[in-house]
Design a protein around this ligand. Structure first.
Ligand code: 13P
Length: 248
């Protein structure tokens, strides 16, 4: 009932020229995809990518957004700017931003509310690190991160919001959560949403898995009932690799 969504998070990779080449190669490979397809490129690539994907099933996303509409926030981009540049989606609260750029549950919430109010679809990232998993805190942590991020949104806005469960220990490491681990933790996230907003809302929210997801493991992960898609890092940087995930 939930339409799967596969999004590429290019992180800090590709120049505009390289980005244009990648999406040009990607478009024919994913044209029959049964899932939503998104590429979250560096902001400097929006102008190169937007005209190429126009009219196709490939949609554009950003990797961060500021919570204010404008002002003295050097280096930041507002939701309206992202929309004007052709973005429909935005990743918020990726663990790399939490780890290296001081992102907190509070700022993730502010960014999410601003993005959603502006009409962007937020892909909100949550997930535990290795120590937190080993200490047995995964379920509490992902539930807390999720509810904090969604605070202040209406039920209608929440069902349009995407959660990406990305265990930090599985990102860029080649270590993937097992299909069952990923399914179980995503189930915990859905239950937390149900507890606060009701089953009707929770069953509509799409929750992705992210962390070393690729062609060779996508089928097993996507066969899990709770997993509604993927947020793909390394395997989104080559058209053929990403197409293999999209066409799972
Ligand atoms: P990898 O697929 O490279 O592990 O990255 C996952 C990720 O962080 C996507 O946001």
């Amino acid at each position: 009932m939930r339409k799967p969504i596969i999004a590429g998070n290019w992180k800090m990779n590709k120049t505009p020229e390289e980005a244009k080449a990648l999406v040009t190669e990607l478009i024919p490979l994913v044209k029959d995809a049964e899932c939503d397809v998104v590429v979250c490129t560096p902001a400097v690539c929006f102008a190169a990518v937007a005209p190429v994907i126009e009219g196709t099933n490939v949609k554009l996303g950003a990797q961060n957004v500021h919570f204010k509409a404008s002002g003295a926030y050097t280096g930041e981009l507002s939701a309206e700017m992202l929309k004007a540049a052709g973005c429909e989606y935005v990743i918020i609260g990726h663990s790399e931003r939490r780890q290296y750029f001081g992102e907190t549950d509070k700022t993730v919430n502010l960014r999410t509310v601003a993005a959603v109010n502006a009409g962007l679809k937020a892909i909100v990232c949550v997930g535990e690190n290795k120590e937190e998993r080993e200490a047995g805190y995964t379920d509490y942590l992902v539930a807390y991160q999720t509810l904090m991020a969604l605070h202040g949104l209406t039920n209608e806005q929440i069902v349009e919001t995407i959660i990406a469960y990305e265990p930090v220990w599985a990102i860029g490491t080649g270590l993937t959560a097992t299909d069952e681990q990923a399914n179980e933790t995503i189930g915990v996230i859905r239950k937390a949403i149900a507890g606060k907003y009701g089953e009707c809302v929770a069953e509509k929210v799409r929750i992705q898995y992210g962390g070393s997801m690729k062609g060779s493991n996508v089928k097993g992960l996507m066969a899990q009932p709770e997993i509604d898609g993927g947020l793909i890092g390394g395997a989104s940087l080559k058209a053929a690799d990403f197409a293999q995930v999209v066409n799972f």
